[in-house]
Design a protein around this ligand. Structure first.
Ligand code: TRP
Ligand code: ZN
Length: 853
């Protein structure tokens, strides 16, 4: 049983680490790492350093003298040097270890990706490089020497010296080990300069393999936009002479904010119109910004311990969301963010893995890089901003940067700057950080026609989550507006601050019964239960001034239709009818119309059926979604055909909001029309389109229709050498496949030579891709569960982080019927029973299984 760590166990490290010096002699099988830690004792105790099992320790010294082995113990990933062996005066601890980057398949610490040496140290990867106090509250300046005959040698900070086969870097900003980075490879860069507001001239480089240079330009532009935006909006300037970004193919997550040397999964750097979709471009821009923004929210101010992870991640996600809203369309961005929040975070919060944005215990910290910490962490800040206002938010952030620069902080520090800057008591608000679960907000309306008075009665409740049976009420900012029956806004947005379990508000002087536009801008991450007729929803879809609430009205109509159909009902005409107005409105924003046309996902429909107390049938949900699509197509064939033709963007490709909005509407129309045209338009678009967005949209339609063989051969012939495009090739065949064939297809693809399963992107494309096809993954015969379990078992010893992360596809297993539950339990138990299962995966699988009782 792995050890559990608790928030309440925090104690400061009993030494001050003033400077760290490192020297690397790189070699695939035997890299030598020499380190010097300049230490001063601040409290009594032994010197305890962290180190992974892969370290071969060659020498240990204090102030240049070898340490008496009698004073040294190495056990359980720790090196302990007795207090008796340590001087009272400042001293230098030195170590020489050997590590094997080529054998590192876990992609944590120093490893090789396609001949490029690179590192990943967050959260606890540095201990796989050498002995160190591997905790975020120990911050030091770093000086690093790299010896290697590859041409490009990089580390954090500024370059100080170099010669043939070596380079030295100096990072003057104290940082924890998780922000350390080193890269060595045969790389080429697209480069530019950026002059900061106070006149610092910064060299910018995006390093890639020489063959990929023509796809790196967009990332560089995104970086410059991010730097300018952070100066303009947050007053934050960059603080070194260089900023390097490196793209590598083998990377566990999206990207990493190492000081001055961000390392990226190549899928979040490389883009050309022929190989990347509009969504890829938008994500690249957002993640480049995210990692850059970490320079202040994460690096200059970091976390005291890993329980505080959302201090940097929630805030940095919030900032990257603001950036994307400013660069593109705020309305579209908000709706997209709500869609992902519901799909990932609400799902997490409703299942066995529910945890608060600031957890208070964990076994493996890598399992807590979750939608709750990131996306809910960002929502909580959005609520805070709404409660204190834009000026209060700005004042609090200024105080945060001022007061905490150079420190390792907590959520308490964060809330204190808001209290101090605005005078607002945030005692109740803090529950959003400490309590798991999504509150359910119920609204009952009472209309008094004689008095012209509307009364809104709200009730909130949150279901128990693992380890947290009682959920006291939280403060919920509820943004509302009122729309009259003729479509006018009779009350502009007002924020109701709900603090109790039940509370009511009255609105007087109304001429007629208005329709409540509720939770405008998605002002709080809650689920809503209200009684509202179809006509009122259609009115909101037609007239609401708040784009999110307007979209939600359409989404609710679609959801009602799907839930009824999945439970045996006929297609509900209300949604199709309401769509008519929108489809015929030539002035509507295409991106918005596309979002309304995007039906609730199968997983979201299942969650809604569960919320209503029934057992979802994945096949019935799949069929309902198909039938509703066919019904919409049949009702609106003509106008959809015209939209399809009109949304054909002329002129050169640009990944901007206007063009990508048009293409997303075009593809939504294509998908609907394919129910009538037998795939003719999709075939023509596959052949004729010059960009990957439209080609992949067309391909998904062909895969769904079972007509994609020629297109898939074509794609493989054209892109066999492009790993990122081939990831799409693998993924689309299982995500878009009819559920009856998807598992067999996944098995066939997994047997291919080019299923390079040790690469996280490729593994995810196929295995998480299958799980993203719910009717296939939850196949009644258990074949989907078995396929995924077999591959997780195979991956776990090679890359435990990814195996553990992908085990979350099972988190909804208890929602289904007894037969499916039995098969899922068997698959999960098979994983749990593996001898030597990683701490990562065993923590996840045992939490998931616990939900079954
Ligand atoms: N800090 C990174 C980010 O949010 C996340 C990250 C990148 C990460 N690689 C990781 C977290 C590996 C854990 C393990 O931008
Ligand atoms: Zn981050």
């Amino acid at each position: 049983m792995a050890e559990t760590r608790y928030l309440t166990d925090y104690t400061p490290w009993p030494f001050a680490l003033t400077a760290t010096r490192l020297a690397f002699r790189l070699d695939p099988a035997a890299t030598v790492v020499r380190s010097e830690l300049h230490l001063t004792r601040t409290a009594p105790g032994a010197l305890v350093l962290d180190g992974g099992a892969g370290l071969v320790t060659r020498a240990l010294a204090i102030d240049g003298a070898a340490i008496d082995p009698a004073h040294v113990a190495i056990a359980g990933g720790r090196l302990t040097i007795d207090a008796a062996a340590l001087p009272d005066a400042p001293f230098v601890f030195a170590a020489e270890v050997e590590i094997a980057p080529a054998a590192n398949t876990a992609l944590e610490g120093l490893y090789l990706s396609g001949g490029i040496y690179c590192t990943q140290c967050e959260a606890e990867g540095f201990r796989h490089i050498t002995w160190y106090p591997d905790r975020p509250d120990v911050m030091a300046t770093f000086r690093v020497r790299v010896d290697c005959d590859l041409p490009v040698l990089l580390s954090n900070g500024n370059p100080v010296a170099s010669g043939p086969g070596w380079a030295e870097w100096d990072d003057p900003w104290p940082k924890p080990a998780y922000l350390f980075a080193l890269v060595a490879g045969d790389l080429a860069a697209v480069s530019d300069r950026f002059v900061t507001r106070s006149g610092r001239d910064v060299a910018l480089n995006v390093w890639v393999r020489p063959a990929d240079l023509d796809r790196a330009g967009f990332a560089l532009e995104a970086l410059k936009n991010s730097m300018r935006w952070d100066e303009d909006v947050y007053g934050r300037e960059y603080d070194l002479d260089v900023f390097n970004i490196v793209a590598v193919d083998d990377f566990n997550m999206g990207a990493m904010e190492n000081k001055g040397l961000n390392i990226f999964n190549s899928r979040l750097v490389l883009a050309s119109p022929e190989t990347a979709t509009d969504t890829d471009y938008e994500r690249i821009e957002a993640v480049i910004a995210h990692e850059y923004f970490h320079n202040w929210t994460g690096n200059r101010i970091t976390c005291r311990d890993w329980f505080q992870l959302c201090l940097k991640e929630g805030l940095t996600v919030f900032r990257d969301q603001q950036f994307t809203s400013d660069m593109r369309s705020a309305a579209v961005k908000r709706i997209e963010d709500v869609v992902t929040l519901r799909a990932r975070q609400f799902r997490e919060d409703a299942g066995p893995l529910a945890h608060p944005p600031r957890p208070d215990h964990y076994q493996e910290i890598n399992n807590f890089y979750t939608a709750t910490v990131y996306e809910k962490g960002a929502e909580v800040i959005g609520m805070l901003r709404r409660l204190v206002g834009d000026d209060g938010y700005r004042a609090a952030l200024d105080l945060y940067f001022d007061r905490h620069d150079g420190q390792a902080c907590t959520i308490e520090d964060w809330l204190a700057v808001f209290q101090d800057a605005t005078g607002r008591d945030l005692g109740q608000f803090k529950r959003w950080y400490t309590d798991a679960g999504t509150p359910r907000l119920r609204l009952a309306e009472d209309w008094d026609a004689d008095a012209g008075r509307l009364t809104l009665r709200f009730a909130q409740s949150t279901a128990p989550t693992p380890g947290q049976p009682d959920k006291p009420p939280r403060v919920i900012p509820i943004a509302v507006g009122l729309i009259s029956q003729n479509g006018d806004e009779v009350l502009p947005t007002q924020v109701l601050e709900m603090t109790g379990a039940e509370q009511e508000w009255r609105f007087d002087g109304l001429g007629g019964r208005p329709v409540v536009s509720l939770l405008r801008g998605f002002s709080a991450p809650v689920t809503v239960e209200r009684r509202i007729g179809r006509a009122d929803r259609a009115l909101l879809l037609a007239h609401d001034t708040d784009p999110y609430a307007r979209w939600q009205a359409g989404h609710d109509l679609a959801m009602e239709a799907l839930v009824a159909m999945a439970q045996g009902g006929e297609p509900d005409p209300a949604f199709s009818q309401a769509l008519g107005g929108l489809l015929h409105d030539a002035g509507a924003d295409p991106a918005f119309v596309a979002l309304v046309l995007r039906l609730p996902s199968e997983d979201e429909v299942a969650a809604e059926i569960v919320a209503r107390g029934a057992v979802p049938d994945p096949n019935a949900i799949h069929r309902a979604r198909e039938a509703l699509g066919a019904d919409i197509a049949a009702q609106h064939a003509d106008v959809l055909g015209r939209i399809y033709d009109r949304m054909n963007v002329a002129g050169p490709y640009a990944p901007d909001a206007a063009q990508s909005g048009a293409r997303s509407l075009r593809l939504a129309a294509l998908s609907l029309l394919s129910r009538l045209d037998g795939g003719d338009r999709a075939r023509a678009l596959w052949d004729g389109a010059g960009n990957m967005t439209e080609r992949l949209g067309a391909l998904a339609v062909l895969v769904r229709l079972g007509l994609a063989d020629a297109a898939l051969d074509d794609m493989r012939a054209q892109f066999a050498g492009n790993r990122l495009v081939m990831d799409k090739w693998f993924g689309v065949q299982v995500t878009a496949a009819p559920p009856e064939t998807a598992v067999a297809t996944a098995r066939r693809l997994a047997a291919r030579d080019d299923f390079d399963w040790q690469n996280p992107n490729r593994f995810r494309a196929l295995v998480a891709g299958l799980a993203a096809n719910p009717a296939a993954f939850h196949a009644a015969d258990g074949s989907g569960y078995d396929f995924v379990a077999d591959w997780l078992i195979r991956l776990d010893p090679v890359n435990p982080q990814i195996a553990a992360r992908l085990s979350t596809v099972f988190e909804t297993w208890t929602r289904h019927d007894a037969a499916r539950r039995g098969r899922a339990r068997a698959a999960l138990s098979r994983i749990a029973a593996v001898a030597g299962l990683s701490r990562n995966t065993s923590e996840m699988v045992s939490r998931i299984l616990a939900a079954g009782g």
